[in-house]
Design a protein around this ligand. Sequence first.
Ligand code: ZN
Length: 138
Amino acid sequence: MKTYRKELWFEVATRRAFINITPDVQVCIDESGIREGLVLINAMHITASVFINDDESGLHRDYDVWLEKLAPHEPVSQYRHNRGEDNADAHMKRQIMGRESVIAITGGKLDFGTWEQIFYGEFDGRRKKRVLVKIIGE
Ligand code: ZN
């Protein structure tokens, strides 16, 4: 069995963003030389997510509005976590959108369902953050 590990780094200029990282993950698979296996992609921060869904800007706007209703950023004083920081909402948004995705690799490609793409979800940006890509297989 072969293994592969890489960190992808992001520095988003805004507090929140969704970034399609599918091409970056495919590059990792190509570099690994693994044709049959599994790829795990996880955010290495507790205020960011990795998730799979459609690359459609309306949907991403809908996610942002929905998450902001569930866990509004303002007023920051509404959260106990925000003693000395202001990112309690980002922890909650990450919890809803998830920590990681696992995808089958078949014939050296991501074995997706229809319209599936991989996204990095940032909820407390404006600093450097990383995503782990771990691949196992042969
Ligand atoms: Zn925090």
